[in-house]
Design a protein around this ligand. Structure first.
Ligand code: HEM
Length: 408
């Protein structure tokens, strides 16, 4: 949107609220913070852009996450029923039960135990590019690492992981005419998960899938559909977001050399300064522009506007995180901010289940790239960096870099 021209509703989300929509979102916050928009698919939505509203609505029980509460013909991804009973599409009570069960398996201790394996995975992909002196860090590092890490966490062996690698490639090359259709990929991933879960039932191991199969709350346990849906959600929710935060983070470090110098001074990836850096990146350059769609159960009054029950509502996390009512100097990465409190991982009952893993993985990737690839630089002017034309995710299509080649 052009700041000198007032925008008209409904606002087309692509291009106006996609890619790097921060100026447009500042305009929307200024103009009341509640606007009608239209998705690229044609679906009408309401966009909420002020921090206070986004934060409150993320925890508001009147905001249903269940697609069946849509009254305006919301078209989702059309997942088969066996994958649709997931945390981001069920009612509050069912969600609380499922979340309790999965949290008993997906513990901070399990994530911490992954540290060395995550480091080894990052090192493996960096060693492959190190002798070349140049790389595309989306295709060569940020893209492949998260899928390997999640498969590893769940206990999906690499030999079973081909379908997930195809999913990775497909997502990273949206313009490839030969890529499999979304439906084919989802069917393949489902078939693979059913097979792996069956095997884990027979031979449990020390991995998240086995722990989820064993998880109990009294007599309660996860059903077959809940297990496959959960595993699918963990793969889906934990993949693209992490890809983008790693590449957005490296791009930020290369555009702001003082930040890169700070990382080079850190002795390991898990210092408090590295942690503060990742929080600021989540706030300023976080990968989710909006949260998952919600549907108000009653008419919702916000300021001057009323959103009818059953309409689709998008809570703009990226806008909230740069709201001047929440944060001063929002465009700067400031490692000394007293309390970050960003909404990059959401808030309330659906707060990101994978936040500890994502934080650890991103710290590891940023630190290791800066330490193992000397003289790492962008291989293109920063204003030519290409952002996905997507209103949900903020992420780069490629990240071409150069560095001093290392002997193999
Ligand atoms: C930088 C990386 C990540 C970001 C920015 C991120 C962000 C988010 C956000 C904003 C939500 C809440 C959505 C909403 O309320 O509408 C969410 C939920 C979720 N995330 Fe993440 N996520 C990341 C990585 C991961 C990883 C690595 C995993 C798993 C391995 C994961 C698993 C989940 C799950 C299962 C939920 C649903 C939780 C629920 O509904 O109770 N995420 N994530």
């Amino acid at each position: 949107m052009n700041p000198s021209q007032p925008f008209t509703e409904p606002i087309e989300m692509v291009p106006h609220l996609s890619g790097c929509p921060y100026d447009a979102y500042a305009q929307l916050r200024e103009a009341g913070g509640v606007h009608q928009a239209i998705q690229a698919s044609g679906g009408p939505v309401w966009v909420i852009s002020r921090h206070a509203d986004v934060k409150a609505l993320l925890s508001d029980p009147r905001m249903s996450i269940e697609a069946r509460n849509s009254q305006r013909g919301y078209q989702g991804f059309g997942l088969p029923p066996a994958l649709d009973e997931n945390l981001l599409n069920i009612g509050d009570e069912a969600h609380a039960r499922l979340r309790r069960l999965v949290s008993s398996a997906f513990t901070p201790r399990r994530v911490e135990a992954q540290r060395e394996r995550v480091q080894a995975t990052v090192e493996r992909f960096i060693s492959t590019i190190a002798p070349n002196g140049h790389a595309d860090l989306v295709a060569d590092l940020a893209g492949p690492v998260p899928m390997v890490v999640i498969c590893d966490l769940l206990g999906i062996p690499e030999s079973d992981g081909a379908i997930f690698q195809a999913f990775t490639r497909s997502l990273l090359t949206p313009n490839d005419p030969n890529r499999p259709s979304g439906r084919e990929l989802v069917a393949g991933m489902h078939a693979c998960l059913v097979k792996v879960i069956k095997r884990k039932r027979a031979e449990p191991a020390d991995d998240l899938l086995s722990a989820m199969i064993a998880a109990r709350d009294g007599d309660d346990r996860l059903t077959e559909n809940e297990l496959t849906s959960l595993a699918f959600l963990i793969l889906w929710a934990g993949f693209e977001t992490t890809v983008h935060l790693i590449s957005n983070g490296i791009a930020a470090l290369l555009r702001e050399p003082k930040l890169a110098d700070l990382v080079r001074e850190e002795t390991d990836p898990h210092t408090s300064r590295m942690a503060a850096l990742v929080e600021e990146l989540l706030r300023r350059d976080g990968p989710m522009l909006t949260a998952i769609r919600r549907f108000p159960l009653d008419d919702l009054r916000i300021g001057e506007r009323t959103i009818p029950a059953g309409d689709t509502v998008l809570l703009a996390l990226a806008s909230a995180n740069r709201d001047l009512e929440f944060v001063t100097n929002p465009d700067a990465i400031d490692l000394e901010r007293p309390s970050n409190g960003h909404l990059g991982f959401g808030q309330g009952p659906h707060y990101c289940l994978g936040a500890p893993l994502a934080r650890m993985e991103v710290r590891t990737a940023l630190w290791t790239a800066l330490h193992r690839l000397p003289n790492l630089r962008l291989a293109m002017p920063e204003h030519e960096l290409a952002w996905n034309p997507d209103h949900r995710h903020h992420g780069l299509t490629t990240l071409p870099v150069t560095f001093t080649a290392q002997p193999a």
